[in-house]
Design a protein. Structure first.
Length: 531
């Protein structure tokens, strides 16, 4: 994409805003026009949960001025506290303005700079076309800084991680089955082991161990991975036909899996077990990977049965998946939706197609349906977990490899662009990803999870040239080292890093034992030369 036809309009600096003047307009005309059409793509990304604030990742915005037939991009740098800043379009007198505003009239801090570019656009863009302009142009005009210094040796770190996993503060036998805690329980982690094992924790570690054992012929890692295959089967509930995220499963409102405003049970009423839909699908996607690596037929059959359960749920909701589901009857609950959870479902269908080649056409067709429904929504309107978007990238790539359909490649590239909206652009977090829309910090697990999709797009050799995939990977290898502090267990990462909005955040949530799996993944990506 050429940037030669952009002009740089004047940016007016005010006490509480930096704005660009757009076409003359009156409030009534503007309101009537935008009632039917408005195209503003603005960062940071916003959570789908309305009780939480916007995030703190992407510092730019795009607006198409329907009346003036121009498109304008804004880019903010400096000490932006995104709890108090918003990109907005407003009508002031007889003119519309597009700018960065202090929330509720708050003054803009000194040091914040807003740049703008603008050009005519006679034809009205679709939201996805606008996303391409926003992301590709932003990387060309405001490129990522060059990574500095050598990347750490992640294989050496992973070797220490393997030893740390055997330590008692990382393991959990509360259920009578030996598994792993979600967080380190002594010293620099959370205080007590959970009475339950969490499936995605065990699966992250199992997959990392299985890949490590396959790459390096490590018998200890292979034996532990085999143990984890057996452990994974305990999370399967035949009555429901699915894997649950907790073992033992019981009727409880799991902390973190239910909205804070969810009503408690009435006297005499049995509590409902509410699951976060993306969590449940994420567990299944990991099970498919583990089944493929292990060749375990029973685990494969369980995964396929679980997929059929979620296919029925997806069909009921026309592939616009609910944010929460009642685990007792596998039904959606609440009014929220998670559009990009369809990306996880689509990747599960692609996994199943590889494991069941006789049904490949049927499963891949449904995978395409799930992704096509997600694309009916404007990009960014329902961003939640970067993992959902990363899985959408991988699923679309699988479809393109199978069909060579250029539309599927377009889907892959657009989902990749949307995923990159959740990436931090400025040091010291460059290349890392916000854990979830509105959480305001990058998380180790999510950083590495999305690396597979980014590396895959680079390997395909036909990713958009404007997207600096290699540079992103280079930043990841360096900046992920900040999750380790040298305190025992020193090769287990913290979950989060501090940001301007959450200073001093590292360590508040503890060292994530499940992140051990992603340490192995980093080492493998580095060893395979996917950079």
């Amino acid at each position: 994409m050429s940037t030669e036809n952009w002009i740089r309009p004047a940016v007016e600096r005010r006490d509480n805003a930096c704005v660009v003047m757009l076409s003359p307009d009156r409030w009534l005309d503007y309101t009537q026009t935008t009632q039917w059409f408005s195209l503003l793509l603005d960062g940071p990304t916003k959570t789908i949960v309305p009780t939480l604030m916007q995030g703190n990742d992407f510092p730019g915005a795009y607006y198409f001025d329907f009346k003036g037939r121009t498109e304008t991009l804004l880019w903010a740098t400096g000490p932006c506290d995104w709890r108090r800043l918003r990109f907005e379009v407003r009508v002031e007198g007889d003119r519309t303005v597009f700018g960065l505003f202090g929330h509720d009239g708050a003054a803009l801090p000194a040091g914040i700079t807003v740049e703008a570019v603008q050009r005519p656009r006679p034809c009205v863009p679709t939201p996805w076309e606008a996303l391409r302009v926003l992301m590709d142009t932003s990387f060309e005009l405001w490129p990522l800084p060059t990574p500095s210094g050598p990347a750490p040796d992640w294989r050496a770190i992973a070797t220490r991680t393997l030893a740390d996993l055997a330590k008692p503060e990382c393991q959990n036998a509360q259920t009578g089955q030996r598994g792993y805690n979600s967080y380190v329980v002594t010293g620099h982690g959370r205080g007590v082991p959970s009475p339950r094992l969490e499936a995605f924790v065990q699966l992250d570690i199992a997959l990392g161990l299985a890949r490590w054992a396959k790459a390096h012929g490590d018998p200890a890692a292979a034996a532990e991975a085999a143990h984890m295959v057996g452990l994974t089967k305990l999370f399967y509930t035949p009555r429901l036909g699915l894997f649950e995220n907790y073992h033992p499963a019981s009727d409880f409102l799991a902390a973190g899996d239910t909205p804070d405003h969810w009503p408690p049970p009435r006297p005499g009423q049995k509590p409902r077990r509410i699951g976060n839909t993306w969590y449940q699908l994420h567990v299944l996607e990991k099970v498919f990977q583990l089944a493929a690596l292990s060749g375990d037929r029973e685990l494969t059959a369980m995964a396929v049965r679980t997929l059929d359960t979620y296919r029925a749920l997806a069909t009921d909701f026309h592939y616009v998946l609910p944010l929460f589901m009642d685990m007792a009857n596998v039904e959606g609950c609440g009014g929220g939706m998670d559009v990009y959870a369809a990306g996880i479902l689509a990747l599960c269908l692609a996994h199943a197609a590889r494991l069941e080649p006789g049904r490949a056409d049927e499963l891949l067709a449904e995978s395409a349906t799930a992704l096509s429904v997600a694309r009916r929504f404007p990009p960014g309107v329902c961003v939640h977990e970067p993992i959902g978007l990363a899985n959408a990238v991988s699923a679309a790539d699988a479809l393109h490899r199978h069909s060579a359909d250029p539309e599927h490649r377009e889907w892959r590239d657009d989902f990749l662009r949307l995923l990159l909206m959740m990436m931090y652009r400025q040091p010291p977090l460059t290349g890392l990803f916000q854990a979830c829309g509105g959480l305001l910090y990058p998380a180790f697990k999510e950083n590495v999870e999305v690396l597979w999709a980014i590396a895959q797009a680079r390997q395909a050799g036909d990713a958009p040239a404007a997207l600096p995939v290699r540079t992103i990977l280079e930043h990841q290898f360096r900046n992920n080292l900040a999750y380790f502090d040298g305190q025992p267990p020193d090769a287990i990462p913290y979950e989060e890093l501090p940001t301007r909005e959450l200073p001093g955040q590292r360590g508040m949530l503890g060292k994530e034992v499940y992140g051990a799996g992603q340490v192995f993944d980093l080492a493998l990506i580095q060893a395979r030369g996917l950079l």
